[in-house]
Ligand binder design. Structure first.
Ligand code: ZN
Length: 313
């Protein structure tokens, strides 16, 4: 998207935002159902400009170095959050589950900080743990334990129940927390305190990692301590819609663009995935619809909040 060499070749579809080497990349698939993959860096401070065509389709599933095309070349709804149709999503889930069946891949358990939305637990393959944490938009993290997938998940289940941590933290809550993220010292204190509570509930069958240090990610995202308060968020894209602005922050798969007319606009990157798209160095304008940012007050009270009980009870 921010390729500096000019426009991307036609007929590519974005499929993911990834964070290798602590830098965000937009991943593209060729529109040809069996075509290859490419990526372009999302450079903070750069002008971003893209327009979608009339065609949003499932991109199929990657199995190793091979792309399994979508059998139906399914059209995707503008509201879909990703580049896969339901059938291909099930294929991907089954492939992921099969990969993990052998339990041979080391996994890691983290305490993760989503600002004042919640502290929660995350299980990731150890090999790409840091990348996964960034892709999830976690503000800070603390490694608790490493072991086989089943042992790590079992430990996570015990701690989640004992500490009354949420299974998941919904995106609107995580985004609202970015308006007042606080600073890295506060987050580190919260995680160390949560670790103390977790150790109180630890079971003998596993051994926690030796005292580990909280890792803060806000600077990596370029999220300022005073937070970001977008003026609007991008509505689901429609045919030929164009978006442009200066990229000021990327958190997980969320892009924050500063546009002269629209102000700070939150772009859920997942709504871009699957669209045939053209990009340009010069502005394509901003014709896409936006809407007020979802208000956390309107969300159902599904998350019990941050770790309120610092002491075991
Ligand atoms: Zn499909």
């Amino acid at each position: 998207m921010t390729k500096t060499s000019g426009t991307l070749p036609p007929r590519w579809r974005p499929t993911a935002v990834r964070w290798p080497d602590s830098r965000p990349l937009l991943v593209w698939n060729q529109a040809d159902p069996t075509g290859g993959e490419s990526c372009s860096p999302l450079v903070l401070g750069d002008e971003v400009s893209f327009a979608v065509d009339r065609d949003r389709r499932c991109v199929g599933v990657w199995q190793g170095n091979r792309r399994l095309p979508c059998a139906e070349r399914a059209r995707l709804d503008p509201w879909a959050l990703g580049a896969l149709c339901p059938r291909c999503a099930r294929v991907k889930d089954s492939l992921t589950a099969a990969d993990q069946l052998g339990d041979a891949t080391p996994h890691r358990l983290f305490l993760i900080h989503h600002g004042d939305a919640a502290i929660a637990l995350a299980v990731t393959p150890a090999e790409r743990a840091h990348q996964t944490v960034l892709e999830a938009g976690v503000l800070a993290s603390l490694a608790l334990y490493e072991g086989t997938a089943s042992a790590v998940r079992h430990t996570a289940d015990i701690l989640r129940s004992a500490l009354r941590l949420p299974d998941r933290v919904r995106a609107p809550l995580r985004r609202a927390a970015r308006a007042r993220p606080g600073d890295a010292y506060q987050r580190a204190d919260d995680l160390v305190a949560a670790r103390q509570v977790a150790l109180h509930h630890w079971r003998q069958f596993s051994t926690p990692l030796p005292k580990s240090t909280p890792v803060d990610h806000a600077e990596t995202y370029r999220l300022p301590d005073q937070g970001l308060r977008p003026d609007a968020e991008l509505s689901p894209l429609m045919d030929t819609a164009a978006v442009s602005g200066r990229l000021v922050c990327v958190v997980g798969t969320d892009l924050y663009l500063e546009n002269v007319q629209r102000g700070l606009v939150l772009v859920d990157g997942r709504r871009m995935f699957g669209w045939g798209m053209r990009t340009a160095l010069s502005s394509l304008g901003f014709t896409a619809a936006t809407r007020p940012v979802a208000d956390r007050v309107a969300m159902p009270p599904e998350v019990p909040g941050r770790l309120a009980h610092r002491q075991p009870g």
